[in-house]
Write a protein that binds this ligand. Structure first.
Ligand SMILES: [Zn+2]
Length: 450
């Protein structure tokens, strides 16, 4: 049997290598990290299968410890090995792909989203395998490509090509186990949907030297972007209320959150004290619209004949495509009628998904409480419907109870947690890595064990 400290060393070494592999999506090239993990498992004599996809250099990895069928099955993952680009390099304090350890943190793109989870789930699996763990239900390990661009070569590929492996009762993945108040951790129980759109405008190309009363597509798109960003879609307080209750907020705040008319006031107040909380409350209360890419025109001396906006739209459960289009047209006022709204299928990175939610009180939740008890005794999990989308939605759609569950160190500021993923100076504390390894190991052992 390998000692616990060896596992702690190995998991950090693994995480650093995953960062250094630089699996930026696009193009992903996830086969680098999938091979790293395969080699790691092979060194421990653990069988696994690398699932190659139709795209070169894009692969997934699956492995399992079979149970005797006397209990429910559990999946570690699907957890993604791809990362987003680094953005503005000068904003980074360190080389974003060095995986350097500084101030008790491992730095680098992907550390938080979600390579530390990949590394700790792999290592928890290794430890259980080496101990000869005999679970009741299957314990599965599922590591995937392409989450950051919608999952076509990752989880979606596995759902289509390995449906039996993907059939699982419970799954744990990214975005949970975050301390939000004393004795309370966030548990990702659901997520908003995504309905990304391209909104295009046509103009009449004429000479740019005489623009009087010209029909300019760039100007129209600019006005549309402004209107979209200021528009307030219908507000729904159901998801905020669920969280407010779990957080044990005081009666006054709960009362304020109980009626729509107070929400602008609550948002304004909380933005002053805690901007991240304000953004979260805002996102949980409506469909959000963020015009993030602007393209238009062909030449400085030609009035723009065409322009388009790519818009990030996140929906609450039960808001479909028709709802999105109607809201967008309304938001754009007189420009709504002429705007062309479409889902560009040829564009990597565009995706559509519906909001999904799992049971915040399912039979695994008490085992999660036990699994984290050595770090957080007597903790309560607060259900969170996340603003962003993850691969867990694929599993929820087939009936799996899937949760964002890992374990962050108590010193993690919730604000940092919301800004570091996809931002500069992404990093994860050594303690969070250590605690997550403990949490996954304990959860599988307790929940699946005899
Ligand atoms: Zn992620």
């Amino acid at each position: 049997m390998v000692s616990k400290s060896t596992h702690a060393d190995e998991v950090i070494e693994l995480l650093i290598t995953l960062v250094q592999n630089k699996c930026i999506n696009p193009p992903g090239t996830e086969v680098k990290s999938i091979s790293t993990i395969k080699n790691h498992l092979t060194q421990h004599n653990i069988p696994c299968q690398v699932v190659q996809t139709s795209a070169p250099e894009r692969a997934n990895l699956i492995a399992e410890i079979n149970g005797d069928g006397s209990g429910p099955s559990l999946m570690f993952g699907p957890s993604h090995v791809d990362v987003v680009p680094i953005g503005n390099e000068s904003a980074w304090e360190v080389d974003p792909f060095s995986g350097v350890i500084k101030d008790e943190q491992i730095w680098g793109r992907g550390t938080l989203d979600m390579l530390f989870i990949v590394a700790t789930q792999v290592q928890a699996f290794v430890r259980l395998f080496e101990e000869g763990f005999k679970p009741k239900g299957d314990l599965k390990l599922c590591l995937v490509a392409d989450e950051e661009a919608g999952g076509i070569y990752g989880t979606e590929w596995l759902m289509k090509n390995h449906p039996d492996f993907m059939k699982v009762d419970y799954a744990v993945g990214e975005a949970g186990g975050i301390p939000i108040a004393p004795g309370r951790l966030l548990l990702g129980t659901g997520e908003k949907g995504a309905g990304w759109k391209r909104i295009s405008f046509k103009g009449t190309p004429t000479h740019g030297s005489m623009p009087y009363k010209s029909d300019n597509a760039v100007v129209k798109a600019a006005i549309a972007a402004d209107r979209l960003s200021k528009y307030t879609p219908p507000v729904n307080l159901d998801y905020i209320k669920l969280m407010a209750k779990g957080l044990g907020l005081n009666k006054v705040t709960q009362l304020l959150l109980s009626h729509r008319i107070f929400l602008p006031l609550v948002l304004k107040m909380s933005h002053r004290q805690n901007p991240v909380m304000a953004r979260l409350l805002h996102a949980l209360s409506r469909m959000t619209i963020s015009p993030n890419i602007f393209h238009g025109g062909t030449k400085t001396n030609i009035v723009a004949g065409e322009a388009y906006l790519d818009v990030d739209i996140r929906t609450l459960p039960n808001q479909d495509d028709q709802y999105i289009a109607a809201q967008l047209r309304k938001a754009m006022g007189n420009l709504g009628a002429e705007a062309i709204i479409e889902h560009p299928p040829d564009q990597p990175g565009f995706f559509t998904s519906e909001g999904t939610a799992s049971d915040p009180q399912s039979e695994i939740v008490p085992y999660m409480v036990k699994a984290v008890a050595e770090v957080y005794p007597e903790v309560q999990f607060v259900p969170l419907v996340m603003a962003g989308a993850t691969d867990l939605r694929y599993l929820r759609e087939q009936g799996t109870q899937a949760y964002g569950f890992s374990l962050f160190d108590p010193d993690t500021p919730i604000n940092t947690m919301a800004t570091l993923p996809h931002g500069p100076n992404e990093r994860v504390s050594l303690k969070t890595v250590e605690y997550s390894l403990i949490a996954y190991y304990n959860l599988a052992k307790e929940f699946l064990g005899h």
